[in-house]
Ligand binder design. Structure first.
Ligand code: PGA
Length: 248
């Protein structure tokens, strides 16, 4: 049985002091033995949030990282820095970074490898645009993102990873994919993992759905066989996040 993983993606929200206040507000609401709980927070909030959640079940993630080790990369943050700060997860390849920072599948692959090398679990995002869905190329597009993203990753490493399926048209729009649409793609991703590796790896890897997940729709989505969690944006910034964690 795969343990569900509910991760908040705070995006560019919350100053360090606001971040600590949100951790305090959510503290009792996100307690769970059954579900892994992660807050993926802006880089500047990482250390205060690591301190604020110390001794609780919450783990801390970053929203991005460099694929370089160190050196003359002004403004970038390395995997080693994240690890030293107490980060356990890192989102890689979020559609907003693909769009605004022109990240390619190859860049994302390098980040996945670098995170794993440093003992940080990647949450690798994939997802199609509305135009791609309407053209009927969703599954081909996602398979390509997943295949390139996982190049050079061993079966054992892949089994410990998280993939987030986030249809771009559902992010921040209030339009959630239907449960059937979300399950169809998550199942296809698992099949793709079985093709690249084997069924054992496919059974172990955790696949999240993201895109307007909220306290109302979470239970239905999370009841699906191939949806092992959620990557939650807007609803991660309020008490509703606790309801998603405790969706059962
Ligand atoms: P949303 O964002 O829940 O606000 O749609 C999800 C995400 O972008 O990870």
């Amino acid at each position: 049985m795969r343990k569900k993983i509910i991760a908040g993606n705070w995006k560019m929200n919350k100053t360090p002091s606001q971040a600590v206040a949100l951790c305090e507000e959510l503290k009792d609401l996100v307690k769970s033995d059954e579900v892994d709980v992660v807050y993926c927070v802006p880089a500047i909030d990482i250390i205060p949030v690591v301190n604020a959640v110390a001794g609780t079940n919450v783990m801390v993630g970053a929203e991005d990282m460099s694929f370089e080790d160190k050196g003359a990369f002004t403004g970038q943050i390395s995997a080693e820095m994240l690890k030293d700060a107490g980060v356990k997860f890192v989102i890689v390849g979020h559609s907003e970074r693909r769009e605004y920072n022109h990240e390619t599948n190859e860049d994302i692959n390098k980040k996945v490898l670098k995170a794993i090398e440093n003992g940080i679990t990647p949450i690798m995002c994939c997802g199609e645009s509305l135009a791609q869905r309407e053209q009927g190329i969703t599954l081909d597009w996602i398979r390509q993102q997943v295949k390139v993203g996982l190049q050079g990753v061993t079966a054992e490493q892949a089994a410990a990873m998280v993939i987030a399926y986030e249809p771009i048209w559902a992010i921040g729009t209030g339009v959630t994919a239907t449960t059937a649409q979300a399950e169809e793609v998550c199942k296809a991703i698992r099949k793709c993992i079985a093709e690249i590796y084997d069924t054992d790896t496919a059974e172990k890897i955790r696949i999240q759905y993201g895109g307007s997940m909220n306290a109302k729709n979470a239970a239905e989505l999370l009841a699906e066989e191939d949806i092992d969690g959620g990557l939650v944006g807007g609803a991660a910034l309020k008490a509703d996040f606790g309801k998603i964690v405790n969706y059962r």
